[in-house]
Design a protein around this ligand. Sequence first.
Ligand code: C2E
Ligand code: CA
Ligand code: CA
Length: 700
Amino acid sequence: MVLVLGVVLLAVWLAPPSVHSSADWFPVALHAICEIFAITVAVLVFAVTWHSYRPGQPSNLLLLGCAFLSIALLDLAHVLSYKGMPVFVTPASPEKAIDFWLVSRALTAATLLLISVRSWRPLTSRTPRLPMLLTALTMVAMVYVFGLFFPEAWPPTFIDGSGLTPFKIAMEWAIIGLLAIAAVCFWHARQSRAYDANGLLAATLISILAELCFTAYHNVNGLYSLTGHLYKVLSYGLIYRIVFVSSVREPYERLAIEIADRQAAEKRIEVMSFYDALTGLPNLVLLQDRILQALVSVRGDDNPVVLLFLDVDAFKLVNDSLGHAHGDNLLRAIGERLREGLPATATVCRYGGDEFAVLLTGLTNADDIASVPQTILDLLAAPFQIGGQAIAASVSIGVAVAPHDGDAPAELLRNAETAMYKAKQAGRKTWRFYSAAMNLEVSERLQLLNSLRQAIDQHELTLHYQLQFELGSGRIVGAEALVRWEHPTQGLISPDRFITAAEESGLIVPMGDWIIQQACRQAAQWRANGLDIPRVAVNLSPVQLHHHSLEAVIKRALSDASLPASALELELTESSLIEDTEQVLATLISLKSYGIKLSIDDFGTGYSSLAYLRRLPVDTLKIDQSFVRGMTSAADGHAIVEAIIQMARSLGLETLAEGIEDQCTADELLRLGCELGQGYLLARPVPAEVIPALVRRLRG
Ligand code: C2E
Ligand code: CA
Ligand code: CA
């Protein structure tokens, strides 16, 4: 900008004398407007620095402000004394106007010089604001007195007709000199961060250009005068901008940044106060909030809120043996597995120390709830790689379910923790429901599974046998083994009550192994005792059939008991034959080729297609009891049984009717061509030791 203004001034300088001699360039009115504008800007400089002043600000700003108040007042006197203006105490004259002007210019130069050499550091003590202002005003007052009442005290500056006196020109050059020194100082301070030295340099250089105009003019209304005044206004404006930016805008922007920083810090604190620093999981505070939300949003029993309290087993041991750093790593790893393994809707939280908590919603059925603790144990089953070592870790889990176990976060947490201690007492790596929490279904189921597990070890299971007959001759063809549970307190429990649970938990596999062994042993014993029971039939669960060990178990049972394979029959359900066809088929073919007899139990209740049956290596279809009973009651009952028998015959299979309870049904079945039968009419299921007597009685 300075360069452009310099070029403009050069153009003015090069303008022909005729242009310069014209007095129309700068009429009094325009001069007044220019000056009033300059005065306003100068007053603004003062007002902004004065009112925005804070002890931390450079005192130079205040100095500049006070000086500009003086400059404004001097410029005011100058404009009022300008040729063509009305009487201002004394009549106007160029001489009088120039006197005020010169002082004002000198003050501007001196101020710029002063702040260019003074330090811009804020003063350590409070800047004496008022004395500074008073000094400035006193100085102005003195200049007013001299300018108005003792004009002769000044050397002449302007002589009508001949123009500026050498004194005036010398003064202007002196002012230019001061400004030039200030400009050099600002130039050197260009890199300063304390203030806008570049801006002040520009303002100073523009002032110099203005001054050059004032050394050159012959005519106060000429082009030089106009240019000089315009440049002066520009330099004031620039100074106003610098002052405004450094005392208002910059602090304001700094404040905005500070506020943003503080908000970011607050956010960080918030994160820190809701999340655990070690694992990054939600902490107790957030958990409580989530529990509260869950309790509010899911009301009623249909949508329970499940809270699990986890405590790492023997964590102290890990900490003591591997050190705290590895202990921390283990906690982190456990947290990670929980977070990754559990559904996204679960809140996994670090409760504190070696304790975690898991909040689950949306589990509607009791089985789902009951399976969560086992899922967690499974998740943590594989060892953790900590510090190059494989560390096995487990947890004890306490479960509380809202609303049964409390409808407030604190109460739920307390109850889940209590249950966790029960789990610890029970030998760790297991879980306990807070007793009140277990709605009947869940608790019964869990108790059943727990005691069923023990039942196998403690030999509480036993087998009853139900004889099977040839309907035509009444000959015994076999005995079906039916499992019973002799519960120490509840007495004999029927398989209907525990087979499903055993299947779902996988317990059916060890249980089934035992049943096969036991049945084979029993059959062998009867044979040894000369009892004519050609076969023993064992019920196989689909789970067993899909388990890879089945074949080996059966073969071992047979060889252990020295029982021929032909003395064993396996009863399969239709459902077990549907899935995994190829593998099942291979197993069945292998068993069959070994000499074992196969039958399809409860036939008619499942989905066996005729085409599928054709591929299966089975010998017998067992017509389900419901059809046999329906033969006499339901309208189409007779037809269904007849159809099954026909179909079996066409496939070359035997049929055995189950659940024959009366002679009438037995006769009818025989008439329809059903060869074999089983039911209360013929023989009830009885303990093994009763069988010999039963067989003897039937013969007799
Ligand atoms: P299932 O294989 O159909 O066994 C026949 C069921 O009918 C037996 O019940 C038997 O006591 C009963 N029953 C026999 N004749 C009659 C009759 O004339 N009338 C009536 N109303 N019922 C009769 P149980 O022993 O309670 O066994 C129930 C089911 O439990 C069995 O049905 C079988 O699916 C399962 N089960 C029993 N023992 C075992 C086993 O050792 N392993 C497997 N996987 N499942 C077994
Ligand atoms: Ca059966
Ligand atoms: Ca059956």
